[in-house]
Design a protein around this ligand. Structure first.
Ligand SMILES: *Cc1c(COP(=O)(O)O)cnc(C)c1O
Length: 448
């Protein structure tokens, strides 16, 4: 493994970009991130010419992998060659909006924006505008992008900004609660119910280790918001069009949120976000309503074409069967390896997401019979149930330093690119093969 070009590029980057990167998480790889030259199906080739099996996939957007199928490729090229954008609507925006409304049960209307962050910013403004209330409930360890209302830590009694530059006066309107804790969210509603505009939640915590909801938790959020006249926002920026196929995680769990935020896959690899939901709610956005929302690049034709053709390709081909099948194979293989080599660790993920959490405690080796076979789904019958992470605090208590400082680098030496820390999810794409899975399992076997 050679790093010369990556090191030289990072050296240049440090002179002109803070930390040498354009997104803070990219600098998490130490001592410096490798630069990518190009992608190839389920692999990337780094700046020094080394090939890696890529389970990061752009941190979520690349459902189809790096080689886009011909119709997707062609639509992107054609749209770009006709002129980048216009400041007036184009047909492809309507096509993509219709596609989403047809497949996602809770979405009647949708507005496209340019990032997941912009989607959650707009969604929070929307629910505040629609209810006339200020407070937002979020989950500790949930991630909704780099925005003022959600970069908040602590608990509901003592919320505080988690970043410099956010006034305490903003943070006080945000109420963080632990995921999967019904009593905690009940208590917050008992105390603040009349002031809560909405609950903003990833249906599966996917930026903090991948934590599956326990039975009944999302139902509780639905009931509490209904009871108190608050709105339920599912942040499906990661899970959208990945978990539960084209119906998204909400169809998997059978819960209908009032508002859904999208991003990542819905733009087919180009910058995107979207806010969808019931027509009467989405119409609070200007120009029909009084919640201002606008964007020069929103509904960008190239992005819309990439998103539409990606999702159409997924609808007409075996994309979800393929990625979810590899997911089962990968998570099942990891479960077997851990039983042998690291019985304390927990395999998490569903569909085409996976991760191994380096949990410190687990059932005795002899007691593993009957455990979840392909990733933790919070099954109360599983012998691991009392040990598997239920919220961000549980994930944080894992051996996160071992994961980051030792495990990640050893996997890279074996040609496997995993996400940069213990918290971020990893993704399977249509470009991956069974052989990629086998080689990755071998690498885990050697490394764990
Ligand atoms: C990635 C992500 C965001 C932010 O999206 P950006 O496009 O990076 O701004 C918001 N919510 C969730 C759940 C995400 O995973």
């Amino acid at each position: 493994m050679n790093d010369e070009r990556s090191r030289a590029l990072y050296d240049r980057a440090l002179s002109v970009m803070p930390g040498g990167v354009n997104s803070a998480v990219r600098a998490a790889i130490e001592p410096y991130p490798f630069f990518v030259q190009k992608g190839d199906a389920g692999h990337v080739i780094d700046a020094d010419g080394d090939r890696l099996i890529d389970w990061v996939m752009g941190l979520g957007p690349l459902l189809l992998g790096h080689d886009l199928p011909e119709p997707v490729q062609a639509a992107i090229q054609r749209t770009a060659s006709e002129g980048p954008m216009y400041g007036t609507p184009t047909e492809v925006e309507v096509d993509l909006a219709e596609f989403v409304a047809r497949h996602v049960p809770s979405v009647e209307k949708i507005r496209f924006v340019n990032s997941g962050t912009e989607a959650t910013v707009s969604a929070v403004r929307l629910v505040r505008g629609a209810t006339g209330r200020n407070k937002i409930v979020i989950m500790q360890g949930g991630y909704h992008g780099a925005q003022e209302s959600t970069l908040v830590e602590g608990d509901a009694d003592t919320p505080a900004p988690s970043s410099a530059g956010i006034p305490h006066d903003f943070a006080k309107h945000t109420l963080p609660v632990p995921f999967n804790d019904e009593a905690a969210v009940q208590e917050v509603f008992d105390e603040h119910g009349d002031d809560i505009a909405g609950v903003l939640v990833e249906p599966i915590l996917a930026n903090y280790g991948i934590v599956h909801p326990v039975d009944g938790y999302l139902e509780t959020l639905r009931e509490l918001t209904d009871e108190h006249g608050s709105l339920l926002i599912f942040d499906e920026v990661i899970t959208g069009f990945r978990v539960g196929g084209l119906g998204c995680a909400q169809s998997r769990f059978g819960i209908t949120p009032d508002i859904t935020t999208f991003g990542k896959i819905i733009g087919g690899g180009f910058p995107v976000g979207a806010i969808g939901g019931r027509a009467d709610l989405i119409e609070h956005f200007a120009p029909t309503g009084d919640v201002f929302q606008a964007g020069t690049f929103s509904g960008h034709p190239v992005t819309m074409a990439a998103g539409l053709e990606t999702l159409t390709f997924a609808a007409e081909n075996d994309v979800y069967d393929h990625v979810n099948g590899l997911g089962e194979q990968l998570r099942g293989g990891l479960t077997d390896i851990l039983a042998d080599q690291a019985p304390n660790y927990t395999v998490v993920g569903t569909d085409s997401m996976f991760k191994v959490i380096f949990t410190r405690d687990g059932p005795a080796r002899e007691g593993l019979e009957g455990q979840c076979e392909a990733g933790c789904t919070q099954n109360p019958e599983c012998p691991r149930f009392g040990f598997c992470p239920k919220n961000a605090g549980d994930v944080k208590r894992a051996e996160t330093e071992r994961w980051r400082r030792i495990f990640w680098g050893k996997m890279r030496e074996q040609g496997v690119f995993l996400s940069q820390n213990q918290f971020e999810s990893q993704f399977i794409s249509y470009g991956h093969t069974s052989e990629d899975v086998e080689r990755t399992l071998e690498a885990y076997k050697h490394t764990l």
